[in-house]
Design a protein around this ligand. Sequence first.
Ligand code: CP
Length: 324
Amino acid sequence: MKQFISVNDASNIDQLVQLALRYKADPLCDRNKGQGKRLGCLFLNPSLRTRLSTQVAAQQLGMEVIVLNAAADGWKLEFGEGVIMNGDTVEHVKDAAPILGQYVDILALRSFPELKDRETDYAEHIIHQFIRYAGVPVISLETATLHPLQSLADLITISETLQANAKHYQNRKPKIVLSWAPHIRSIPQCVANSFSQWINAWQQAEFVITHPAGWELHEAYTAGATIETDQQKALEGADFVYVKNWSSYRSYGEIHKEASDWMLTTRKLAVTRQAKIMHCLPVRRNVELSDEVLDSPASLVQQQGGNRVWAAQAVLQSILNGTA
Ligand code: CP
């Protein structure tokens, strides 16, 4: 593996999931793999899980890790080509990234969209410029449009559940529903895009996406899934329900202010096959998901968060090996 910015960098999804599960069973089995290698993590935006799980994963492979909270502690970076830098940006990425590439063997980066101009966000200029100028493999820790480490952890969680209940799923594909949820702020589409991209590429589930009309995701990620604007109909027979808010792609960044009835509750889940509930976290309790659902045995959210370590460890190992 040369980089990890989307599902397209994973040549075999199942092998990557199995590698992650091998690390979960024996976290230190490759403790010398990354000896003498350094991972640099650059955070242009906040994080809890991604920051810590990636560090734990790298350390379990014997790597040294350095982290820069660039938004708070670094120079404000410029990404525009030919810009006269007489504003608030202090350093151009084409000056900073090659320096970072001399300090580390792998560079990992988190950058959020601004949710103002769709074309700019969806062009993914920030990570592409780091890839262009750093000269070392780059891992996405979430970008404007995708969150591949989260999606890999999600698929690890689904695979574990399927393996533990193999009889239940004999001779049928599980039904996975991505269900839009209300939120008070404008939230990126990246987790929903990425989850859709991975489940579609995996091809081992019946995949349904449900959201209010007007909150369609970009077709590049959803093609192959069934789109259903009736949430209750979408939930019928579901084995997994992934709950996530995203702001409008069509009216870019717009919040849906009158959709509180889309919050997932135990009552709504009655039509599912005792569905397992997923969310990437952080979650707004009793806005996106009710306490009763989050605190129920059906919730996989803690397992998902824990599996972020094994996802990162599998990806780091694949990059260290130069394999997928
Ligand atoms: N799910 C996720 O990426 O969490 P953090 O934003 O805390 O890293």
